[in-house]
Structures are given as C-alpha cells and as structure tokens.
Design a protein around this ligand. Structure first.
Ligand SMILES: [Zn+2]
Length: 382
C-alpha cells in the first residue's frame, strides 16, 4: 500500500476529538503488523509504539516521534479525493491531514528507513481541544529525551517555541430584581462585566503578549436586572511572567468592577500550557535543519503563538521541535495536501532517523526548566 492509499484509509476512519478510540485501535494494529512495533495504550487512550534500534549501536539513545490522532469538526464521513497530485475532502468536511498526514509520514519513514535509533512513536488524543492527550500521557512509558512532533504546515519551518497560555473563566453574581418595578434593588452582573471589559487592555498588548475576551453570556429575561454573567477570556505571551501578569490584571479588573457595584466575581485562571523555547543551536533543531536542507529546501526556525503537544513534551523534559507535514488550510473544508509534499516529508523524517546518532551530546535544558531536569543517562543493556 503506498502512502496515499494509507493516508486515505486513515482519514476515512472518523476521529473527532474525544472519539479517537477506533482510530487508535486501527493504528495499533497497523504498527504491530507492519512495523513489528510493541504497542501500548495508556490510561488516557494515547498510543505508544516502541521499536528496537535498527542498524545502530544497541545503546543508542531513543527518539520520540509524535503526532495526534484527533481531528477538528466537521470530521465525520470524510471522503478523500485525489486530483492533480493534491488530496482534498469532497467539500463537506475537513480532510484530516492535520494530523493524519503526520502519522502516515512517520509510518512510511520508519517503514523504509535503513537504520534508526530505538523509537517511541507517540500518538496523542484530543490535541485540538487543549493538548489533553499530551497533558495526560503516561510519561513513565517514555524514555526518549529528544523528539519531533509532526504537526505543522510548511516543510521548511522548524518550530522551536510557543507561548504561555492562560484561560480565564469569570462568573459575576449580582442581584436579580424586576427591571420596571424595583430596579434599585437589583445589581446588574452584565454592567459589572461591561465595566471590567471596557477598562481592560486587550488585543495585542506587546509584541509577545495578547489578550482576548472571547465569550460573554448573561441575563435571563428582558425585564429583569441580570443576576449572572459569564465571561471567558484568555491571554498568552512568549514570556511566562508577562502572561502571568496579564492574567492577574484581567482577574483584578473583574473583581474590582464587581465590587464597585456590590456584585461578586469568581475568577478562575488556568494555565493551559507554559512557554517553552528550545535553543536555536540545540541538537534537534540542528538535525532538523540538516534534514530539510538535504531535501532541497531552505530551513527556517520559528516561534509560534499557539500551543502544540511539543509545549507539553518540553515541559516534561523531552526536547522537542515541531516539523511540517505539508498540510494547507487546516481546520477548514478547504484543507488539502500535495502528494509531493507528503513524499518530501517522508524524506525529511527518514533523514532524521538515519542520522540521529550524529546529534551529539544529550540535550541542554530548555528555557522553561533550566536546572530542574534529570540528565539523560543511557540505560544499561539497551
Ligand atoms: Zn494538528
């Protein structure tokens, strides 16, 4: 089966976030059958497939390759169409190349590599709804200290960092009253929310920090002073400290506005993921750049403002860069991928596998966890 057929097979299996079980089972069977991998599904439903070293010294350090199993909506009943070397959906759904192209490319590269280090292929669940699979992964099953996530678009770009991201959930409780008969007895939760939002710095705060109020809901009836309003906001920054400051500022704004009117604000701040950046000259980045150059492209590095599973892996001490899979217009019904780009991605991954032993010394700490990481030690007898 060639990579196009394999990819089309994969996207025909529905796996919207939260409903990945059947697809994970399919992959487990595929990896066991075709790669002779040892497959495990952790308590959260993530798949971990392990392959022994091939063609290198037995004590070669392991490498993690990761991608995610879930797709965004609408992702049910996908019918792939191949036309003029480009794969699209029929138009009613997304295609699911985000991230099944990544999975198919990893599979094909591993299958055809002449040599590779011990491999830990990690297929996470529910990446699209908050990196949940990576956050809940059983890390005791992973020994790799370096890895690559295949989950970006452009093949020539190596993503080396991302922001800290806080979600901010606000509930304002005022006091209900009849708006016509006795409005003076009421406290408007909507007004408190409005005052807070009007006074908030929002949008682009500085070149590495953003903030947004995305959802506001409040009130029940036209003729009632609204007792309750709910606000969902977020902020992110490449600087963790700035993200913390912005989140706290937003929290205070709601608390103060509510207090001014005699209402109460309950504000919950949650860290979705923490800013991480791997050094520009780290071994995984250097190897990725060489692989991209060997495929005839000009490599570039980039820091992004969104989260990927790599944010979580880096926080767990696995130095991880994100590579492109060739997808375009992901998260839309226009999502598509060129067959030639899938083949080139396979070439790049195969290069990583076949040249991994040249990466040099164990990774240094990422900026996030300097000093707190256990150094990589080659396990005896591997
Ligand atoms: Zn993705």
């Amino acid at each position: 089966m060639d990579i196009v057929e394999l990819f089309c097979d994969m996207v025909r299996i529905d796996s919207e976030s939260g409903e990945e079980e059947e697809f994970i089972r399919y992959l487990s069977g595929l990896f066991e059958r075709e790669l002779e991998a040892q497959c495990m599904v952790d308590h959260y439903g993530n798949l971990i497939a392990k392959l022994p070293v091939k063609g290198f010294e037995p004590e070669t350090e392991p490498l993690m390759l990761a991608a995610h199993a879930d797709t965004v909506k609408p992702g049910k009943g996908i019918e792939p169409v191949v036309e003029d070397g480009v794969i699209r959906s029929k138009g009613e759904t997304i295609l699911g190349a985000d991230d099944k192209a990544g999975i198919a490319e990893i599979f094909e590269a591993v299958r055809t590599a002449e040599r590779h280090p011990p491999l830990e292929i990690v297929i996470t669940r529910s990446e699209e709804i908050g990196l949940l699979g990576a956050k809940n992964l059983d890390y005791s099953l992973i020994s790799a200290k370096r890895g690559f996530v295949l989950d970006s678009d452009k093949l020539e770009v190596v993503i080396i960092g991302g922001p800290s991201h806080f979600s901010i959930d606000v509930e304002i409780i005022g006091k209900a009253a009849h708006a016509g008969m006795e409005p003076e007895k009421g406290i408007s939760a909507i007004k408190a929310a409005a005052m807070a939002i009007a006074g908030l710095p929002e949008g682009r705060i500085d070149e590495e920090t953003t903030a947004n109020v995305g959802i506001i809901r409040g009130g029940e009836i036209r003729n009632g002073v609204p007792e309750r309003a709910v606000v969902q906001a977020e902020c992110r920054s490449l600087s963790h400290e700035k993200a913390v400051r912005q989140a706290e500022l937003m929290k205070r704004a709601f608390e103060e506005a509510a207090a001014k009117l005699g209402a109460k604000a309950q504000v919950r701040i949650e860290l979705e993921y923490r800013a991480s950046k791997i050094p520009e000259d780290s071994s995984v980045v250097a190897l990725a750049k060489r692989a991209i150059a060997a495929a005839g492209l000009t490599p570039a590095t980039k820091v992004i403002t969104g989260g990927t599973d790599a944010s979580i892996f880096n926080a767990h001490g696995i130095e991880t860069a994100v590579l492109g899979v060739g997808v375009r217009a992901e998260h839309s019904k226009d999502e598509h991928i060129a067959v030639a780009d899938m083949e080139k991605a396979v070439e790049i991954i195969r290069y990583l596998l076949e040249n991994f032993t040249q990466v040099g010394a164990a990774p240094r700490s990422t900026s996030r966890s300097s000093g707190s990481r256990t150094p990589y030690i080659v396990p005896p007898g591997r």
